[in-house]
Design a binder for this molecule. Structure first.
Ligand code: FE2
Ligand code: FE2
Length: 203
């Protein structure tokens, strides 16, 4: 099975995206570091949002594991950024993630929760797709290639974790119908992002 076949995404990023993103490598690393930080915060935020009346058995373990991985990624990426002469900025905007979060059905209990899990899964899956393209594009930079290839596997595991948790919360047909809508929405959203040195930038 190819890597692409393992991802459910409905917009395929053209490989030329990676060349544009890598043209400003320090800005890309800064953007990437902020995404890792947000992924860590998001996992901790989800940690005690478990569905009532009590958390599924693996809930806390899963969220803790994701948060720990993301903090590790943040450390790796920000170290690399600093070593290459870049600085982590204080502010960071991610219009792609902000737009995805607008899809959350707030105040709807378990429906809100599966939306949050699916958005987390989508961000992980899209990052996976982008890491693969970056890994292939940085032929002359062994350090970056190793970074991107290593992250691919980790983020792919996270994508699976979030979806599996959603499947424990509501019946399978409800989850798959919502996932279908979310995949369509994500494809539209990512396709209209402006191009630039960002992990979730457009082409
Ligand atoms: Fe990560
Ligand atoms: Fe992740």
């Amino acid at each position: 099975m190819t890597v692409e076949a393992q991802l459910p995404l409905r917009y395929v990023t053209p490989p030329a995206w990676a060349a544009v993103a890598l043209a400003r490598p320090l800005e890309l690393l800064n953007d990437h570091a902020h995404l890792e930080k947000k992924a860590a915060t998001n996992a901790l935020e989800l940690l005690n949002r478990w569905p009532e009346p009590r958390a599924p058995e693996n809930w806390v373990t899963a969220m803790t594991a994701v948060a720990r991985d993301e903090v590790e990624h943040l450390a790796t990426v920000s170290r690399l950024l600093a070593r290459r002469g870049g600085r982590l900025t204080r502010q960071h905007a991610n219009p792609y993630a902000s737009e995805l979060h607008k899809l959350v059905r707030k105040g709807r209990g378990k429906e809100e929760l599966i939306d949050r899990l699916m958005i987390s899964a989508l961000i992980e899956a899209r990052s996976c797709e982008r890491f693969k393209l970056l890994g292939e594009a940085v032929k002359d930079d062994a350090e970056l290639r190793k970074l991107y290839r290593g992250l691919w596997a980790s983020e792919h595991g996270h994508y699976r974790t979030f979806i599996q948790l959603a499947e424990q919360i509501l019946p399978q047909e409800v989850v798959s119908a919502r996932w279908d809508q979310m995949l369509d929405a994500e494809a539209t959203l990512i396709a209209r992002q402006a191009p630039g040195p960002r992990m979730h930038g457009g082409t």
